[in-house]
Design a protein around this ligand. Sequence first.
Ligand code: PMP
Length: 321
Amino acid sequence: METATIDPRRDPTRGAEPAVWALVGQTPLIPLESETPKRASGTLFLKAEWMNPGGSVKDRPAREILRAGLAEGFLPTRRLLDASSGNTAVAYAMLGAAAGLGVTVCVPRNASVERFQLLKLYGAEVIESDPLEGSDGAIRLARQLAEASPDRYWYANQYDHPANPESHYRTTGPEIWNDTSGSITHLVAGVGTSGTLMGTGRFLKEMKADIRLIAVEPSEPFHGLEGLKHMATALVPGIYDPSRIDRTIFVETESAEDKVRALAKDQGLFVGWSVGAAVIAAERIIDEAGTGAPGTRPVVVVIAPDGGTRYLSETRRLVPD
Ligand code: PMP
């Protein structure tokens, strides 16, 4: 086994967490202006997860998983290892850097350039997986590494780790409940690991059983919605429980891109591709509800996992020269 030199910041008995860990969560809820009079029949909010210190929703599960690894003694003697489509990798790298923890991440080679640059800046070890295999290729690579070097790596496995949904049960769910004063009727979230929808949804259903949980998936196995999984053809995460979901809405990459462009231009909100997909799904729900009396209108909260700046190098897809 590799003998690790213990950085004083890595001592889990030391108590206090790095200051940046405390900045995770408490993100704002932004009301989205309606584009059509019909849509005024419902209220749509974006949960602005790009405001987290690492720039995405994945700071929440990453912090909870790192805490579990420290509490259970897997860290700091081994390196945290995980597969990620990018945002979890950046979250681990940022939080790990602050705590002096070693982080190794397997990321598909076609993840955005911004993600790779951030990972380098935070000092993470990055292992690129076959872009044609998507996030599943990264998972398979992480499994192989963990099996080959069990003394070097602790394979955290965000797709199966209960701390992933738990982080949302403990933070995202209560924040949304409080910030809507309990008026939320629908939660809309794209599913990758499904941790956001599972954990936030479980909390909200406990508060009010008739809140509808809406999953958003890409309409095809090969898609450009970074962070989302086409469950029917993908490695299904252990934490994913479809019986908890009320409805799944499938969205095409091109429609999501159109929505991202419109949100930037019309509302000054430059969001990631998966947000575009989730907003399309949310608008469908509001449109289907039609016009009803106040009090019967849907109040839809859309999880907005990241911002568009994380994809700036790819914006040529959105804004032709
Ligand atoms: N959108 C983006 C941009 C993401 O990075 C992720 C995380 N993979 C998701 C949506 C889905 O979140 P979750 O893993 O909690 O299902």
